[in-house]
Design a protein around this ligand. Structure first.
Ligand code: CA
Length: 234
């Protein structure tokens, strides 16, 4: 996104928050669009094709989660959810419906800009990726050869169990996105019993020991407490 400004659609019914966010984005060189209701947001996403959507979950007409469900049928535009609610379930519903990331109110301008920059890096990576074969995945020293089914770290081949491999591939294919526990359990194990969360933690622990230089300060896979995990593009 070198020559063109990134356009951010800000969907927020609270005028004070909307002004704060649009002012901050404007002073950092972003183009901004705004929508006040969910229906307006759906129309703006279709008509103006923003690069990134900042979406408040509590809107006066339809719920933010419904906005995500509607637009995800035809667009993969990155959506960062803004949630004033303290419950994790709203964020989790939004992520499961296809949101990429979340911010909890109150948030600082610095936090907001950091999330937007992360999303921009992911977008420029996706644009490059479209022009190359997706038979391999590289992130820092981590390399997955999907065809051969092998994983290497800094040139050394790793020995992963089938579950660890599936888990790593799922996170890699969704790099930059926060994946909920429920989503991971469904994709890796094909079901989600209550107790499975414990197994997920165990496998994540063994995977981290293999791919992280310091598993207590992970570089590749972030933990989102009570929500899920995300692979970071390093
Ligand atoms: Ca609101």
């Amino acid at each position: 996104m070198a020559n063109r400004k990134t356009t951010v659609l800000v969907v927020e019914d609270d005028i004070a928050v909307r002004n704060l966010v649009t002012t901050a984005l404007g002073s950092h060189g972003y183009d901004r669009l705004t929508a006040v209701t969910g229906e307006e947001a759906v129309r703006a996403i279709a008509a103006s094709l923003p690069d990134i959507v900042l979406l408040d979950l509590g809107l006066p007409d339809i719920d933010g989660v419904d906005v995500i469900r509607k637009v995800r049928t035809w667009t993969q535009v990155p959506i960062i959810v803004i949630s004033a609610r303290v419950e994790d379930t709203d964020k989790i519903d939004a992520l499961d419906a296809g949101a990429d990331d979340y911010l909890s109110k109150p948030f600082s301008v610095g936090e907001l800009l950091a999330r937007i920059r992360t999303t921009e890096r992911h977008l420029s990576y996706m644009a490059r990726e479209e022009r190359t074969e997706a038979s391999a995945f590289t992130n820092g020293g981590l390399c997955i050869d999907f065809l051969a089914g092998t994983v290497s770290l800094d040139g050394t081949e790793l020995h992963l169990t089938p579950i660890e491999y599936k888990l790593l591939c799922l996170l890699a294919r969704n790099v930059g996105r926060v994946l909920t526990h429920q989503f991971i359990l469904r994709e890796v194990w094909g079901g989600a019993q209550e107790g499975d969360l414990a197994s997920l933690r165990v496998f994540m622990g063994t995977l981290r020991k293999k791919i992280e230089a310091d598993p207590s300060h992970p570089r590749y896979i972030q933990t989102h407490v009570g929500v899920g995990y995300r692979m970071i593009r390093v």
